[in-house]
Design a binder for this molecule. Structure first.
Ligand code: MIG
Length: 836
């Protein structure tokens, strides 16, 4: 019987402790326990404490994690006090109380002394093998677990990619990267492992990152009223405790610890089109020209496994794609970049020494036929980069090329080699890489059972599949990212992955795998996107229209009405199902899709500004309402609406035949994006939502930076126009982030941030524009301000000088219906506009 977390009764496990003595170092306290166990608490920051435990033995000096991006933390001030019962460690923000016997750890707010999170029982380990029979891999190691008191009103978020609702309270989950085509709600595990969650009670949040790559279990009170617990089939009890109370602050710390997402190229925010089965090259060209002829925006086209020669990665099928470089160059002229899929399976193609002699020495072996020998297999075999089983035999799974081998990405040289192989794509004009099948999927056995005796180098530990499976994709994406960065240092890498472990955001963006073209699957988009955002993965998306099965025009339109604001917006389809490019269901649907794709491009300045915020702060752009309003209980399980940044709220329709829906608007003033109608928040409103319209609201107090309508990034000079939505006090503010959109120079200060304030009390309207921050200089252009007002101004002053009333174009001001538009040259200086 498959092990399931519900049946995993942890109450019989051995408990750690009690504490008999402790030692102190600059940033840590180590507890020595009567059972020979050790517990180390490391104060990394005032709000970040690491808890690491060894069970019935001293702590190993070996301490390594692929997820952690930062280990040099400034010294944090903390003090220790003792009593006969307990030891207290206090930082500026958190007080950790360690009860000696039994050994119970609780975290309190250092100021209010309120308990944030507390052990329900001491940390546990399966000393007697009680759970051995229930373990997925009985040889993985020893089961370790930690149990926390479950708050009566506690809500749980995060845990990465889960086919589940937003609030995970009462749920139970497993992490074991798995290829799960056609998954539906409740399917678990699926592709990714992000063992990080947030707890929220009474508006106050904490985070726990259980950094353990073994098959892990998270139970948020599914079969117990008393406890939430997490555990793993091996490895250490090793978790990081984050204190908020703001969720945003926790996400920032989590990004500091596991890495910030670098900015992808701006065009990655453009519209993308894919389909398993886009071949030959003329077919790809046809798809792109359809987009152009139909005036539909497009930035990227994807090539699925069909472009390869017999599914050999780093090769091209030259029957189907005789001149890939020319094809890419043709497409680039039309503003479209090519992305190719790269799977981990390398075709197993041994050969006689004679064939070896005949092997090509060409500079571009990717275009050679490889009938007798395949250069990637040859090189990897010769260098011994492929995975082996415990008995030293090559591990030969079956994937698309048939018998195949996988690279041991824990080997640094193997990662460099794999990264360098991407020359085979870059030389042919490919702009980005899509990693698939990297759970890693094996057709022999999809659960991973066929791989249990595979050994990885793992920094000399030579450790098991049980430990390495969940980090395989992370390391493959790392090899890819680092390879692209090396081969093309002046361009930002763009990688997309299916499987992942925590830390993946440093190397790759992601999509949610093989969904269905169904309404249920569509309804999972918002909880999944927002949950991924709450788990440190900001750049996410799902196959628009759904991957498997037959969609229809209505479903496709509603799907675009979710994804036109997702960072990754790509329509993709399985080979043996029905076409679903935007035009496939006829003009009526195509026209609506065009409207949303065009709107996406108009919103690019806003999307990119929020994406940069995600890069810098770790706070995602595609947000659940709870992230912006964590004191509002009405948002705690609200996952059929979402926000982009702080300012835009979207409430899509997720069922067929519906033309109206209820939308919850949090406190404050809101503007209907389409009609400008004002709503008072803190209430539910019923709004029209015919197929043409996705309900969208702008937060009063915000200013939306919009760009020109475009069919691809770079088609036009991005002249911003700022649309102003004042709050109840008549005020609004924003900032706009811009850079070259392509190079890594933004990290050296080559960006521009423009801040804007609006205040409009009665007849006194003022706009102040800050002197932009940063070294980036955009092309000469104008900037505009759009104010909704019935007033017709007497004069408009720019830095105290009147500017002319103009007909429509040019600089000056004009009225158009109920809006006042002011346009000024963008000279990169501070300005003040007054309207009288
Ligand atoms: O076994 O490359 O999720 O997007 O089209 C299926 C073929 C392999 C799974 C991916 C999907 C892709 C497909 N792949």
């Amino acid at each position: 019987m498959a092990v399931c977390a519900n049946s995993q009764d942890i109450t019989g496990l051995e408990k750690i402790g009690p504490v008999v003595s402790f030692t102190k170092s600059v940033n840590a306290v180590t507890l020595n326990c009567a059972d020979g166990s050790q517990v180390k608490l490391t104060m990394l920051a005032p709000d970040l404490i690491r808890v690491r435990a060894s069970f019935a033995k001293p702590m190993s000096p070996h301490d390594h994690s692929w997820a952690i991006a930062r280990d040099n933390w400034d010294t944090t001030r903390w003090r220790l006090t003792e009593s006969p019962e307990s030891i207290s460690i206090t930082t500026e923000e958190v007080e950790v109380v360690i009860h000696r016997s039994p050994l119970l750890i609780s975290f309190r707010d250092a100021r209010t002394r309120e308990v944030i999170n507390a052990d329900e029982r001491p940390m546990m380990y399966d000393a007697k093998g009680t759970l051995a029979g229930m373990m997925f891999d009985p040889n993985a190691g020893m089961f370790v677990a930690a149990a926390k008191k479950l708050g009566f009103d506690e809500h749980f978020y995060g845990l990465g990619e889960k086919a589940a609702r937003l609030d995970k309270r009462r749920g139970s989950f497993v992490n074991w990267n798995s290829d799960t085509p056609g998954y539906t709600e409740g399917k678990d595990p699926i592709y990714q492992t992000i063992p990080f969650y947030l707890g929220l009670e009474h508006g106050s949040a904490y985070g726990i990152f259980f950094d353990n790559s073994y098959r892990s279990y998270f139970n948020f009170g599914s079969n117990s009223q008393e406890r939430a617990w997490f555990g793993a089939e091996g490895g250490e009890m090793n978790y990081y405790f984050f204190y908020g109370p703001a969720i945003k602050k926790i996400l920032s710390r989590y990004a500091d610890l596991t890495g910030h997402m670098p900015l992808p190229p701006l065009w990655a925010l453009g519209n993308q089109q894919s389909r398993w089965g886009y071949y030959p090259d003329t077919m790809v060209e046809r798809v792109v020209s359809e987009y152009r002829q139909r005036d539909l925006p497009l930035d990227v086209v994807h090539l699925d496994i069909d472009y390869m020669n017999g599914y050999r990665v780093f090769t091209w099928n030259t029957q189907r794609f005789p001149r890939p470089k020319e094809m890419s160059e043709q497409l680039i002229k039309q503003g479209v970049k090519v992305i190719t899929i790269v799977d981990p399976g390398v075709k197993y193609q041994p050969h006689s020494p004679v064939a070896r002699e005949q092997a090509s020495n060409s500079r571009n072996p990717e275009l050679e036929p490889q009938p007798k020998s395949y250069y990637v297999f040859d090189q990897g075999l010769e260098k011994n980069y492929f995975q082996h089983r415990k008995d030293a035999k090559l591990f030969i799974p079956k994937v698309w090329p048939g018998e195949s081998v996988f690279v041991d990405y824990t080997l640094p040289e193997a990662r460099t080699w794999w990264g360098d192989l991407h020359r085979a794509y870059l030389d042919n004009g490919v702009a980005g890489i899509w990693n698939d099948m990297n759970e890693p999927s094996d057709f022999v056995d999809q659960t991973g059972k066929n791989q249990l005796d595979v050994i990885s180098y793992d920094e000399g530990e030579r450790s098991s599949h049980a430990k390495n499976r969940n980090v395989f994709a992370l390391l493959m994406a790392r090899a890819t990212y680092e390879g692209l960065a090396r081969l093309r240092p002046n361009l930002r890498p763009y990688v997309i992955t299916r499987a992942a472990y925590a830390g993946i955001q440093r190397y790759s963006t992601m999509w949610t795998g093989d969904t269905n073209s169904t309404w249920d699957s569509l309804a999972l988009n918002i909880p999944m996107f927002t949950t991924l955002g709450l788990s440190g993965e900001p750049f996410i998306g799902s196959d628009v229209g759904g991957f498997m099965g037959r969609g229809n025009g209505e479903l496709l339109v509603r799907s675009y009405q979710v994804s036109f604001l997702a960072p990754f917006c790509r329509n993709h389809k399985v080979i043996d199902a029905y076409d679903q490019e935007p035009w496939r269901f006829g003009k009526y649907y195509e026209d609506i899709i065009r409207k949303y794709l065009k709107l996406r491009y108009r919103l690019l300045p806003f999307l990119y500004t929020t994406l940069e915020e995600a890069h810098r702060t770790g706070v995602p752009l595609f947000r659940p309402l709870v992230l912006n309003y964590q004191n509002d209980a009405s948002t705690y399980n609200l996952d059929d609406e979402f926000m982009i940044g702080d300012d835009l709220l979207v409430a899509p329709v997720l069922r067929p035949d519906v033309t109206r829906r209820m939308v919850y608007l949090p406190e404050g003033k809101w503007y209907d994006y389409w009609t400008n109608k004002e709503h008072k928040g803190g209430s539910v409103v019923s709004v029209d939502a015919p197929l043409e319209t996705v309900p969208m609201f702008v937060r009063g107090g915000s200013i939306l930076p919009l760009g020109p309508e475009m069919n691809y990034v770079g088609e036009k000079i991005p002249e911003p126009s700022f649309v102003i939505y004042p709050d109840e006090q008549g005020e609004a503010a924003t900032s706009l982030y811009e850079d070259d959109g392509l190079t890594p120079e933004y990290a050296n200060g080559v960006y521009r941030r423009t801040s804007l304030r609006f205040s409009g009390k009665q007849k006194q309207i003022q706009i102040s524009i800050s002197a932009p921050e940063g070294k980036f200089r955009p092309q000469p252009r104008t900037i505009s301000f759009v104010i909704s007002t019935t007033l017709s101004p007497g004069t408009v002053l720019l830095d105290r000088q009147p500017i002319p009333r103009v007909a429509d174009g040019g600089t000056g001001w004009f009225k158009s219906g109920g809006t006042l538009i002011i346009r000024i040259p963008d000279d990169g200086r501070a300005h003040n506009i007054e309207i009288q």
